[in-house]
Design a protein around this ligand. Structure first.
Ligand SMILES: Cc1cc2nc3c(=O)[nH]c(=O)nc-3n(C[C@H](O)[C@H](O)[C@H](O)COP(=O)(O)OP(=O)(O)OC[C@H]3O[C@@H](n4cnc5c(N)ncnc54)[C@H](O)[C@@H]3O)c2cc1C
Length: 383
């Protein structure tokens, strides 16, 4: 294949693979700066999922946290190709030199390509009555819980959430709230592989959550690894002694976190680096990327968003449409967990600034509202 070069008069051709937080923030930044660019988004889903609100699908329809790409395409003037694109490092090298990707039968040429494919849930589900991030992202959880409450007999009332990270904890509090509202008398358990709850966060956050879990009668099992499900029981193994045990489980949520399929190394401009060689036309952002230098590489929505913006600006710099652009230096400015409809906990600004209760819940809602505004076309992210 031959390399395709752009004439100065032709509009910039941009392809973004993955329409999550990083892909969309890049797309919106690029559209705002280059009204005439031809932008194509490749994503297998028909909609963008506001995954930071996924726990809310315990009590509201999944549709309320989905935004159709067809709607976003009209708003931000891009073409959506509903397809997944598979690649490895060798393919990236070929794409970079030819400035062309193959999408099924179709060849798509580009001036710059951004890869923002995020990460995948750690474990796939094969057993009945076990739901993981994939299943919940596709179907939500309100109907599952409703049907479970409607069909369960008096003796089958144990719900286990495996994985007590931020996602598992947020689901636990939402479920406790719904079960209480339905006057349903269920046993809710949280299973954690580590010895300490929320160990990557300041200890005060873990202590606050622990207290609230106790008040909501949610039982925590620590140092237990999930080993599978057999009949009505989940199988656990103690992470220290190796001792095996079983726990009744009529409904199981597996919320074990996510990992990128292929983590791409990038320089501080977001350009992919393979074997010390910079692929000048291929950028990356979000959970699937690891940038050099000082900026945060945490798998958070705010880092994904900022990397997306940084990559977009560096694409414009490379294309000669922007004169100056700072390297990616974003540091996360806080992390907030919602603990049901009027409670929350987290840190803001500095890790020693812990906020909790209704103020934390409202602050988290504010962060979500800022993202909703971005998708509506109002970019208020100054930092
Ligand atoms: C349940 C949950 C709750 C979270 N809550 C928070 C929170 O409160 N605060 C916070 O800061 N972070 C939170 N996170 C983390 C945050 O959501 C991620 O860091 C963020 O979504 C990463 O953005 P991204 O654009 O890299 O990937 P994603 O948002 O995952 O988007 C990736 C996109 O790429 C598409 N894609 C994947 N593979 C392909 C392919 N082969 N071809 C084409 N397209 C592809 C996917 O369909 C998807 O649309 C949460 C994560 C989860 C799972």
């Amino acid at each position: 294949m031959t390399s395709i070069t752009r004439k100065k008069s032709e509009p910039l051709k941009l392809i973004i693979v993955g329409g999550g937080y990083a892909g969309l923030s890049a797309l919106i930044t690029l559209r705002n700066q280059t009204p005439e660019a031809e932008i194509t988004l490749i994503d297998p889903r028909p909609y963008h999922l506001i995954i930071t609100r996924l726990h809310e699908t315990v009590h509201r329809p999944l549709d309320t946290i989905r935004v159709a790409y067809s709607l976003l395409a009209k708003r931000f003037d891009f073409i959506h190709k509903q397809q997944a694109i598979q690649f490895d490092e060798d393919m990236l090298r070929v794409w970079d030199s030819n400035k062309l990707i193959q999408l099924g039968e179709e060849s798509l040429s580009f001036d710059y390509l951004l890869i923002a494919t995020g990460s995948l849930p750690l474990q796939a589900v094969t057993e009945p009555d076990v739901f993981d991030l994939n299943a919940i992202s596709l179907h939500g959880f309100a109907t599952v819980l409703e049907q479970f409450i409607a069909r369960t007999a008096a003796t089958e009332k144990t719900i286990n959430i495996v994985g007590a990270g931020p996602t598992g904890i947020q689901f636990a509090f939402e479920m406790a709230h719904v079960l209480l509202a339905c006057h349903a008398d269920y046993q809710l358990n949280l299973i954690e592989g580590g010895d300490i709850l929320l160990s990557p966060f300041p200890a005060a956050i873990g202590r606050y959550v622990q207290k609230r879990l106790f008040e909501k009668h949610i039982t925590v099992f620590k140092s237990q690894f999930y080993k599978g499900k057999q009949g009505r029981e989940i199988l656990l193994e103690n992470s220290h002694s190796g001792e095996k045990s079983a726990l009744a489980s009529d409904l199981t949520l597996l919320l074990l976190g996510k990992k990128p399929e292929l983590l791409l190394h990038a320089n501080s401009s977001g350009q992919v680096v393979l074997d010390n060689k910079v692929l000048t036309h291929i950028f990356t952002a979000g959970d699937c990327s690891h940038y050099d230098d000082f900026g945060s590489n945490l798998m958070t929505s705010q880092s994904a968003l900022r990397k997306g913006k940084a990559a977009a600006k560096n694409i414009l710099l490379e294309a000669g449409l922007l004169r100056f652009c700072l390297p990616y230096m974003h540091q996360d400015m806080g992390y907030l967990l919602s603990l049901g409809p009027d409670d929350g906990v987290g840190w803001i600004g500095r890790k020693s600034n812990i906020i909790s209760g209704l103020p934390a819940f409202i602050a988290k809602e504010g962060i979500e509202a800022q993202y909703d505004l971005l998708l509506a076309g109002v970019d208020s992210y100054v930092l």
